[in-house]
Structure formats: structure tokens, C-alpha cells
Write a protein that binds this ligand. Sequence first.
Ligand code: FAD
Length: 398
Amino acid sequence: MDFSLSPEIEDYRSRIRAFVEQHIIPLEADRANYDEHENIHVDVLEGIREKAKSAGLWALQMPKERGGQGLNVTGLTPCYEEMNRSIFGPVCFNSAAPDDGNMIVLNKISTEAQKERWLQPIIDGKVRSSFAMTEPAPGSGSDPSAMQTSAEKKGDTWVVRGRKWFITGAGEAQHFILIARTSDDTRKGLTAFLFDADQPGWEILRRIPIMGPEEHGGHCEIEFDGLEIPDENRLMEIGDGLKVTQIRLGTARLTHCMRWTGMAKRALEETFDYVREREAFGETLADHEGVQWLLGEAAMQIEIGRLLTMRAAAKLDAGDFARKEVSMAKVVVSETLHKAIDTAIQLRGARGYSKDTPLEWMYRYARQARLVDGSSETHKMVLSRYLLNEGLDFWSWD
Ligand SMILES: Cc1cc2nc3c(=O)[nH]c(=O)nc-3n(C[C@H](O)[C@H](O)[C@H](O)COP(=O)(O)OP(=O)(O)OC[C@H]3O[C@@H](n4cnc5c(N)ncnc54)[C@H](O)[C@@H]3O)c2cc1C
């Protein structure tokens, strides 16, 4: 067991830290760089992405031969954490959801021809992508077996009908991964497809207004009314839709954890100067035991989440699905994120509730972390199933 970083990963980590400090934090501090949905303005983004490419910090998760840096999941962990010290960070390095998870799954499972057509432009930053799975009730949500969007085979083409919602990035995405029902089989009833935004037969019904700041392209409700997908744009085999989803979500949930750990650390960082300097009742805030307990608790939870993330990353790198480990990391890190930001707002006093610091942005953003990619409750349901199946072996060492 060795928690030290290899010289190569430490080099990436420290260069990302310096890049974020030098180039991204100053952008984040200037409101002129925000778009109307409170994300980094696309014009500003293009310039900073070019800088990240020149610095050799582009697409860490992708193979070197495709223009990435070829890091494994454990290597990504400290690097993604550094990126999200800024709320603008991950997208500047092409490591933001949903492109990040879409690239990782396409790189793992698609054919060489599909990689060239669908993956390479996302890696190059020429197009954005979306992953379309969730549907309005009574369709697929926490339980994908309720999926209603159907793909019916007509010759060499699949014809899609149905509705999806909360599809991140759909307003600007060019490449879509779609999960649809292809049969009533309970285990093999779903199939994954690729389609291009320019194809007819689908439309965006609305960009759903949300509580927090939005990813580029928003979170959209979309309808399919006869979208035709050639069979060559099917991912894996017919009936492998759930498998594709599990492969995608395993790593995508964990890269969320890496980024959220970075954001939780930044939230605490926002309190450091204030608690050291602000005086109340004859001493600095940092000298009050009540403040020490809040900070100590938050710091400890961040470390717990990070260790769970690293352990799950190591299991994924070893070829394991790491279902238990990813679920534990997802629950702990998403809830820690929320609590750490809440603590930071509390300690900054009234200013923490203002738009003078990024804390209120983070607070509104963080609420989604406990819902997306599986709610805390569904992950705990999965953990409970493992526990009751495995008994004491739930905690077995590798
Ligand atoms: C900002 C944002 C971005 C998103 N991006 C995407 C995207 O890009 N693509 C996509 O396909 N989807 C996306 N989603 C959808 C997200 O993945 C779903 O919201 C999530 O899977 C839950 O589904 P649901 O909303 O239908 O909730 P439901 O399934 O209706 O569940 C509602 C609540 O019921 C409880 N619950 C459910 N099951 C159980 C259980 N077994 N035990 C106990 N309690 C339970 C939980 O508290 C849960 O939060 C996004 C959502 C948000 C908010």
C-alpha cells in the first residue's frame, strides 16, 4: 500500500495547480467572463483551452495516440482534484462532465471506426457530447428498467421514439449517446446508440431552468419522433445498453468525486484568511473551539472521501467494476461537498451568502451532486444488497 504519487503524476498535478492559479483563478474572479448561465463564457474558454493544450495538460484521460495524456484512473485522481480548485477548471482541460464520461466509455467500448467518427472530435475539443438516459416519470430514472424510449429495427436502421430529460449539454452537443429500449427482456432490453445533432427526427423541447449554474448547453428535455439511426452507430451488442451505462458510470461517477473533492477543498480555502484574521469575543475565529470543530470535521470528511475515491480508482485500474467502492465514494464525496461548502458559508458570515465569493455558486451547484449519477439512497440500496449477499466478506481485503 503506497499513497505516494509517481514522479510523472506529481509533475502533472503540480503543473495543473500552477496553471489553475496563474490562468484560471483570475478569469473566475472577473464577472465579465461568465455567460448568462453562470459558466465560463465560450469565447474566453476557447483561449484558455488552447493554452492548456500547449501546456500538455489536455485530455488527461485519453490515450496519447489520440491527443491525450494517457493517465490511468488513479493518475487522474489528484489531477482532477487540482483542476476543480476553480469552478471554471475542468472544462478548460477537457475534463468536465458529460464529455469526460462519454470520452472514457467510447474509448473503452467503441470500434475503431466509431472512435474516429464520434470520439476523436470530442477529444480534439471540436464538438461537445451528451448522454441521454433519464426520462420523465413513469420512465427511466433511478430505475433504468422503467425505460420507455424505444428503438425499433427496420432493415438496417433503428427508429427511435420517446422523450428524455435533464440531458446535460444537449443544447450545444453534436454527438449523443442514447440508451433506448429494444426489447422487453428484463436484463437485455436496452441498447446504446450514437447519433448526430444534425440528424432529423428529434428536437429540444426546452432547456430546463435549474437551481444552480449550468454546464454549457444546459440540461434539456428532448423528444424523438422517428429519429433514424443506422445499425453501424449501435454501441456494443443489441441488449448491452445497461452494460454500456455501467461501464460509463463507474468511471464517470468517480471523476465527479475527484472534481468535487477539489471544489470542497476550495470552499474551505475561502475561509482560511478570514478565520485567521477576523476577531470576535476577544480572539480570532480560528481560536474558537466551535470553529475548530467545524473546520476539523470538514477537513477529515474530505480526506475520507478522497481515500475512498483513490481505492475505487485502484480497483477500476485493476479491471474491477468496483461497484461497492464507487458507490461509497459517490455518497461520501457528494455529501461532503455539500457540507464543506455549507461550513465555509457559515464561517464567512454574511459575505459567505453574497456573490462576492464563489461560495454561493458552489452551494447551488453542489445540491445536484447528491442526485446525479444515482441518488445517495440508491447507492446505499446497492451497498445494502452487497452487504446482505456477502456478509462479513463485504469488508474483505483484496
Ligand atoms: C443537473 C442534472 C444533470 C443531469 N444530467 C443528466 C444527463 O446528462 N443524462 C441523463 O440521462 N440524466 C441526467 N440527469 C438525471 C439524473 O441522473 C436523475 O435525476 C437521477 O438518475 C434520478 O432519477 P429521477 O430524477 O427520475 O429520480 P427518481 O428515480 O424519481 O427518484 C427520486 C428520489 O427517490 C428516491 N429513491 C429512488 N430510488 C430509491 C431507492 N431504491 N431507495 C430509496 N430511495 C430511492 C431518491 O431520493 C431519489 O432522489 C441529471 C440530473 C440533474 C439534476
